[in-house]
Design a binder for this molecule. Structure first.
Ligand SMILES: *Cc1c(COP(=O)(O)O)cnc(C)c1O
Length: 424
């Protein structure tokens, strides 16, 4: 199936007389005839559902659709993108371990790594995504367990060189994790470029309607854990909390990572989305391919309008010819990038704030990447916990305005921008 077809058809196939739409199994528990039947589930000897904190059929149908879209072997949905980012790393690294992350990542991911996960004893080295080979090489340590990057960084819009970082990670026997939220699998499938694990904030384009917060982790099924067993004892040695199961042996390359994530992290941390929210996410996924196309067409026109405007000091959009990442975006995302643009208003920080006050259609929101056009000044909101130095290292200028182009008629969006700029 092509990606547009997968958006509609993948993950759930009704049998004779069953509902066409994914059923909402809004039940915490599942009934079994004997304790023995249930015991087999607890021992992971049989597959099935017993408690929705770990797994639910509605969630699994939707996860299977995203796995199909990304070309992965298995997936799990989480209650937020933050939970997906946390689980994706914590499933591989614990106290005493080390992870390499790109500096150009979502502010929430940066804070999770640099503050909260450091408190848990995990060390991080942040590297410039455009660093030299020597710098990248020097970041690896004997206890490095993963490399983390973002396809199109929110909000810096830096395009990550997935293939290059995948090669470096694999040369050191560790997987590459990619946050593919902004590109979506409609425009980029990181697994095809060597990524091993893909994460999403499904809150953004996948849901696409400002309706549900959620996340997803997809495993490519390609990383050979057993070939690096010394680095990944959690996957390659018996789990005492599951009667001595060794995930990589029992579930193989295709299933080990997501099974461990479910059996240990969901069991103990419980960041599961509700079946109702997963149902709503699926509605968003059904129209993802057509919406993404419109987002990009609109964003391209808005970027071109802004580039020619006398009151705009700079425009950053990887789909714009002459952009620093234009060529790299063409390689990884030949059909388009995303609907998010950033720019500076002449007069800096205060001019940007003044301009935003006059917008009528574009609302000021901490959100991004959905049907409604919205606008944000990261330095005074989402990224306010970062110092100016950290902001600049992450590609977020203090005067940067993030503009998320929706799927309204683009003429209305441009008219709104024009009148607001007139008032500055
Ligand atoms: C929003 C976002 C996240 C965090 O997701 P939530 O659903 O808000 O928890 C992670 N990565 C990227 C790229 C994001 O845009």
């Amino acid at each position: 199936m092509k990606k547009e077809t997968k958006c509609i058809q993948a993950g759930y196939t009704p049998k004779n007389g069953e509902p066409r739409m994914i059923p909402i199994i809004q039940s915490t528990t599942f009934k079994y005839d004997t304790s023995e039947d249930m015991g087999k589930l607890f021992d992971l000897e049989a597959s099935g559902y017993f408690y929705t904190r770990l797994q639910n059929p509605t969630n699994d149908y939707v996860a299977a659709k995203i796995a199909a879209l990304e070309g992965g072997s298995a997936a799990i949905l989480t209650s937020s993108g933050q939970a997906a980012t946390f689980f994706s790393v914590f499933n591989l690294a614990g106290a005493g371990d080390h992870v390499i992350a790109s500096t150009a990542i979502y502010g929430g991911s940066f804070n999770l790594f640099n503050v909260t996960m450091r408190k848990m004893g995990i060390d991080f080295t942040f590297v410039d995504p455009d660093c030299s080979d020597e710098e990248l090489e020097a970041a690896f340590k004997p206890n490095t367990k993963a490399v983390f990057g973002e396809t199109i960084a929110n909000p810096a819009l830096i395009v990550f060189d997935i293939e290059r970082f995948a090669k470096a990670a694999h040369a050191h026997g560790v997987p590459l994790i990619i946050d593919n939220t902004f590109a979506t699998p409609i425009h980029c499938r990181p697994i095809e470029w060597g990524a091993d694990i893909v994460t999403h904030s499904t809150t953004k384009y996948m849901d696409g309607h400002d309706a549900t917060v959620g996340g997803c982790i997809v495993d490519s099924g390609n990383f050979d854990w057993m070939a690096h067993a010394d680095k990944f004892p959690g996957l390659c040695t018996p789990d005492d909390s599951y009667h001595g199961i060794t995930y990589a042996e029992k579930f193989g390359k295709e299933g080990a990572y997501i099974t461990k994530c479910t059996a240990q992290l969901m069991r103990d941390l419980g960041a599961i989305p509700s079946p109702m929210n997963c149902y709503m996410l699926n509605l968003g996924l059904e129209s993802l391919a057509v919406r993404i196309q419109r987002h990009c067409e609109n964003a391209q026109k808005v970027a071109e309008f802004l580039s020619g405007h006398e009151k705009i000091s700079w425009v950053n959009y990887p789909g714009l010819e002459g952009n620093k990442y234009y060529e790299r975006a063409k390689k990884y995302m030949p059909d388009g990038t995303c609907g998010v643009i950033s720019f500076g208003v002449k007069g800096g920080r205060s001019a940007a704030e003044e301009f935003m006050k006059h917008l009528k259609l574009a609302i000021v929101a901490t959100h991004v990447a959905d049907a409604h056009t919205c606008v944000l000044h990261p330095a005074s909101s989402t990224h306010r916990q970062m110092t100016d130095e950290e902001l600049i290292a992450g590609g977020v200028a203090p005067d940067l305005v993030r503009f998320s182009v929706g799927i309204e008629n683009v003429d209305d969006i441009i008219e709104d921008l024009a009148q607001a700029l007139e008032n500055v």
